[in-house]
Design a protein around this ligand. Structure first.
Ligand code: C5P
Length: 221
């Protein structure tokens, strides 16, 4: 029906940061709040989609009306996303850590006076968007985000190809914009056939607009 154009469609959305353990009490993380990803999950649910939100650790509440899977590490996030397939729509919004500590310590790393300072050896994390974009159960619509501080459009276009995505929402996260961790967002929607600059909007307005764009892709012929 008109008000619920995504009824019967399944969506999986990632949101928030990941926490990559160093030892049982320490981790590597980032400044993602989860606001944009959570807003997208809500907006898709509002249009009738059956939404699974895979969220890293955030301080905002679970949105109503969506299934929420809480994870910490990138590998857990990947596993939860793959568990949610098959799906019609994937929107990967999480700020997934590019690297994790190669071998996290089982016990708290102790400071011993006079001993050398530890160094952290890192290893690459799975790229969840790229995995989904090239998966045998690839959703019909795969959407990613691109947080950039320079050459926003060129980097996002390269990302579309590399990740096997249909659309990339690109935003400038230079500290002066206040976007990372803030409530507003100014984005470009990048598709294979064109670029749209959206006005400066609240993150839930960006989400509502994106949900409308998504619903257009599922309109009956
Ligand atoms: O390559 P980059 O991190 O800039 O790509 C950002 C996009 O890829 C976002 O949609 C993000 O959620 C996704 N991503 C991911 N897994 C990673 C890294 C990024 O799903 N390990």
């Amino acid at each position: 029906d008109g008000a619920r154009p995504l009824a019967g469609r399944k969506a999986v959305v990632t949101s928030g940061p990941t926490y990559e353990p160093i030892d049982p009490v320490r981790y590597i993380a980032n400044r993602s709040s989860g606001r944009q990803g959570h807003a997208i999950a809500s907006a898709l649910a509002a249009l009738g989609a059956d939404v699974t939100l895979v969220s890293g650790p955030v301080s905002i509440p679970d949105p109503m009306g969506v299934h929420v899977v809480h994870v910490e590490r990138a590998e857990e996030m990947r596993d939860a996303v793959l568990c949610a397939l098959p799906a019609d729509i994937a929107v990967m919004v999480a700020a997934v850590a590019d690297w994790r500590v190669a071998s996290a310590a089982d016990q708290k790393i102790k400071k011993h006076p006079g001993e050398s300072i530890p160094t952290l050896a890192l290893t690459e994390n799975p790229d969840i968007l790229k995995t989904v974009g090239h998966h045998t159960q690839r959703p019909k619509l795969v959407i990613g985000f691109a947080a950039e501080t320079q050459d926003v459009e060129a980097n996002a276009k390269a990302k579309l190809e590399r990740k096997g995505a249909d659309m990339i929402i690109a935003n400038d996260v230079s500290p002066a914009t206040g976007i990372m961790g803030g409530t507003r967002n100014s984005v470009k929607l990048i598709r294979h056939d064109g670029v749209e600059q959206w006005p400066d909007l609240e993150k839930d307005e960006v989400a509502a607009r994106l949900a409308t764009v998504i619903a257009e892709q599922f309109k009956p012929e």
